[in-house]
Ligand binder design. Structure first.
Ligand code: KIV
Ligand code: ZN
Length: 499
């Protein structure tokens, strides 16, 4: 059994057959260059008979002088094979259906005719001096005796490799293992496997085929492909390396960059929990997990994210716990006191309980407003109640109840909007303590969406020229503005009492 498993990448051919995907020749070239950097052994760059664009893309890739073998796909058909030859590939992947259902319903030819064609076009490709890989399409639903007859004939006609497609993804790992074992008794040329993911078993079936002695895997980046897709390159390669002890020529640190490029150019998004390359594949939110990975990453990770070109992500959220939030803050240079950290964690959990996805940016906004707020107990002014009325046909009004130095005060004001009215109401309550003017007011919706955390920054000045700024961060813009204003007033009063 060969030590190095060859990776035959068909992202640009089977991957491009995914519904809705269509790449320009330039985009195909960009992906091919990255696949070459990744270290795939073969790039199936297209199906030249399909269109002029396919042929142009193929030529661009061929002329790029990549290390990988550049392969063209062709049915066992004169036009197809001639089109493949015309783009001067390194190899030609000839395929022809062998299952009765395909022969009858799709092609309308007999087994004998199919066999004849297969022999004819493999011979033709070899006579023209190309490496030839042959695929009996729908092999896994082909009568076993006929399949063996076809494989034997393909080898005799000169095929260099035999690829076994599970075209509609109906194999199980055990059946794939047995089939490859059986075919190894029939041919001596290297065997490859090509698995589709209709039952979510493409990777498992690919690995089973390799366990049985296949030495090449057909894969696509991110597993894109027809219907439910193909075996995902990143999953097959990492499982081979780390679970099966088999090597490939892949530079695994290029995996994430390749995945991101394919995601961007094809527009096919990934489920967040997609293994290896999904957004959550190395993200930790739960308190216990975060504590574990911070102390020893192996505790909750099968391997280090750097191995596939990624970094670990500690995600905020109601499960995050103190450790996780502290780590996020420290990574951004924020060092809250224990009390501040408790307050930040409390606020993050409150948001999570309201069903909001709390992003790192939200946590940082909350943390900044908590850290910069005057220390509890030194606050002269505290908000007790806020009621705003706004809408069409009413004048925006705000009434606030503030506790100022232990005494309650209530005030109501109108304004151009609820924020304006609220800030005026606050200013009126504290006018006996300080006559302040608003010098600057900025709202930064720091995350997208209407339920984003809004970060408000205010700068105020008193009658003697003291200038302070402060911030507030809440998912309600009015509350964030009020928080920023009260924080600023408290800072200002604290400064005046010191001087
Ligand atoms: O799935 C399939 O059978 C194919 C062939 C062209 C090999 O993609
Ligand atoms: Zn396929």
């Amino acid at each position: 059994m060969s030590e190095i498993i060859r990776i035959f990448d068909t992202t640009l051919r089977d991957g491009e057959q995914a519904p809705g995907v269509s790449l320009t020749p330039e985009q195909k070239l960009e992906i091919a260059i990255q696949l070459d950097r990744l270290g795939v052994d073969v790039i199936e760059a297209g199906f030249p008979v399909a269109s002029e664009g396919e042929r142009r893309a193929f030529k661009l890739i061929k002329e790029a002088g990549l290390k990988a073998e550049i392969c063209a796909l062709a049915r066992a058909d004169q036009r197809d094979v001639d089109a493949a030859i015309s783009v001067e590939p390194d190899s030609i992947h000839v395929f022809y259906s062998t299952s009765d259902i395909h022969l009858k319903s799709v092609l309308g030819v007999s087994r004998e005719e199919a066999l004849e064609r297969i022999i004819k076009y493999i011979t033709y490709v070899k006579d023209h001096g190309f490496i030839c890989e042959f695929s009996p399409m729908d092999a896994t639903r082909t009568d076993l005796e006929f399949l063996k007859q076809v494989c034997r004939a393909a080898e005799e006609a000169g095929a260099d490799r035999l690829n076994v497609p599970d075209t509609v993804g109906v194999m199980t790992p055990k059946r794939m293992y047995d089939l490859i074992m059986e075919l190894r008794r029939v041919v001596r040329i290297p065997i490859s496997v090509h698995c589709h993911n209709d039952f979510g078993l493409a990777v498992a079936n690919t690995l089973a085929g390799i366990e049985a002695g296949a030495v090449q895997a057909h894969v696509t980046v991110n597993g894109i492909g027809e219907r439910a897709g193909n075996a995902a390159l990143e999953e097959v390669v990492m499982a081979l390396n780390l679970l099966y002890g088999k090597k490939t020529n892949i530079d695994t640190r290029q995996i994430y960059a390749t995945s991101q490029l394919v995601r961007r150019l094809t527009g096919v998004q990934l489920q967040p929990h997609k293994p290896i390359v999904g957004d959550n594949a190395f993200a930790h939110e739960s308190g216990i997990h975060v504590r574990g990975v911070v102390v020893d990453p192996c505790a909750f990770e099968p391997f280090s994210p750097e191995l596939v070109g990624r970094v670990r992500k500690i995600v905020a959220g109601k499960h995050a716990g103190k450790h996780g939030i502290k780590t996020i803050l420290e990574e951004s240079g924020l060092r809250p006191t224990e009390n501040q950290l408790d307050e930040i964690v409390k606020r993050v959990k409150e948001l999570g309980d309201k069903g909001k996805t709390v992003t790192d940016t939200d946590v940082l906004a909350i943390a900044r407003s908590v850290i910069e707020a005057p220390i509890e107990g030194m606050k002269a002014v505290n908000l007790e109640e806020l009621v705003v009325v706004t809408g069409t046909g009413v004048i925006p009004t705000s009434s606030v109840k503030l506790n100022v130095l232990g005494k309650e005060y209530v005030s109501a004001e109108t304004g151009v909007g609820p924020v304006d009215a609220s800030l005026k109401a606050i200013q009126r309550v504290i006018q006996n303590l300080a006559r302040i003017s608003l010098r600057e007011f900025r709202i930064e919706a720091v995350t997208g969406g209407s339920d984003a955390i809004a970060e408000v920054i205010v700068k105020i000045e008193d009658e003697t020229g003291n200038l302070v700024s402060a911030r507030g961060a809440r998912e309600d813009i009015v509350m964030a503005s009020v928080e920023a204003m009260i924080n600023a007033i408290n800072k200002l009063l604290a400064r005046r009492s010191i001087h």
